[in-house]
Design a protein around this ligand. Structure first.
Ligand code: AMP
Ligand code: MG
Length: 351
């Protein structure tokens, strides 16, 4: 059982990641740089082991820039903000970064049969599950907004070395379900450029990046939150070596309860209502942050069986927790995952 040291509590309070402390000789070991702050609308927690400079503030700046320049639907001059404003008016030039992330996202939409849909922003705002007095929207309003959604309403292309995006009238893009994973990808690319960085673990909300090694040679430990516990309670711990991208989606993150029923923030694009495939949490390890973040949301909508098929196509691994507190872990991850919470039972899952 993990003891909750002050360091551990610091990481748990901020996100879902925890990492061991280096006990090594200070003459030979890299320095440890820790930072926790807000960026991309979420808590970012960093630990970087480096023999060079402290890069933690630069990572935070990079995350904020990524949001402001490329991803934010709230800002009219981000790439996505401009595309949304120009919906129905033709092609909008965008940065190659935006186009690349959007392409990866649309692939997940296709592969998941539309379970992942980056055009649900209006519906998410209609539900507004975090409002002070949240209401269940009328079926009529839901139907009306559903007509404006659909990933196929987004088109991407390139002309004379310039990427463009075209969006159908009435539609708007919201990359909230991949943004934190994109942040992990940006952080990884930045830290890999610094040869003095030996290892790092960065949590951007529910998406976590591990990079390199810990100086004491032990694996990274990434905590997965207990979906029915408090903020500091763990479902279990993933032990990982080297570079990994871990994202979790759950019905405990944003929700309200009415008449004993939970209404959460992950919507099924087929119904416009909170996804109801029997899961309460999905954790995914994929080839990069964008993919892991997108797949965790998609799998939550698809449910265990179809979700596992989707993961297999990406050679990704996952942990599916269902309403009966059964924890299904793909075979490639069984040895890395240790259950901590009581009341849950782990089963292997073929993906
Ligand atoms: P995540 O926590 O990564 O699973 O992302 C959840 C967020 O993505 C929600 O708060 C919505 O903004 C958005 N979202 C909800 N349902 C979907 C969906 N089916 N596909 C894509 N994005 C979604
Ligand atoms: Mg996601």
């Amino acid at each position: 059982m993990l003891k909750k040291s002050p360091v551990l509590l610091f990481f748990l309070a901020a996100g879902i990641v925890l990492s061991g402390c280096s006990q090594a000789d200070p003459d030979r070991e890299p320095e440890v740089f820790d930072k926790s702050d807000i960026a991309m609308g979420t808590v970012v927690t960093e630990r970087i082991y480096s023999q060079g400079e402290d890069r933690t503030s630069e990572v935070l700046d990079l995350l904020s820039q990524t949001e402001h320049r490329y991803l934010s639907w709230r800002e009219e001059d981000s790439d996505i903000g401009r595309v949304n404003l120009q919906a129905g008016k033709g092609r909008v030039p965008v940065d190659g970064q935006t186009a690349g992330y959007l392409e990866e996202t649309l692939k997940i939409s296709e592969e998941s049969g539309g379970a992942f849909d980056p055009t649900l922003g209006e519906l998410t705002r209609l539900w507004d599950v975090e409002a002070e007095d949240p209401q269940i929207p009328s079926p009529k309003k839901i139907r009306k907004l559903l007509k404006k959604t659909g990933y196929e309403k987004i088109r991407l292309g390139m002309e004379e070395d310039q990427d463009w995006v075209e969006l159908e009238e009435g539609c708007s893009i919201d990359l909230g379900a991949v943004g934190k994973g994109v942040g992990c990808d940006e952080a990884a690319a930045f830290l890999k450029e610094d040869p003095k960085v030996q290892g790092a673990v960065i949590a951007v909300g529910g998406s976590v990046l591990t990079l390199g090694d810990k100086p004491d040679g032990t694996p990274w430990k990434v905590a997965v939150r207990d979906p029915r516990g408090g903020q500091e309670e763990l479902l279990g711990v993933l032990e990982l070596e080297g570079e990994h991208y871990v994202s979790t989606s759950g019905d405990y993150e944003k929700y309200f309860i009415q008449d004993g029923k939970r209404y959460h923030h992950i919507l099924d694009p087929a119904t416009g209502r909170p996804a109801d495939a029997g899961l309460i949490s999905v954790t995914v390890l994929g080839e990069n942050g964008t993919v892991s973040d997108g797949l965790s949301t998609a799998c939550f909508v698809l449910g265990k069986e179809k979700g596992a098929e989707l993961l297999a196509g990406y050679e990704a691994e996952g942990i599916f927790v269902n309403q009966d507190k059964k924890v299904y872990v793909t075979k490639g991850l069984m040895e890395n995952f240790e259950l901590e919470a009581s009341g849950y039972v782990v089963f292997p899952l073929s993906s």
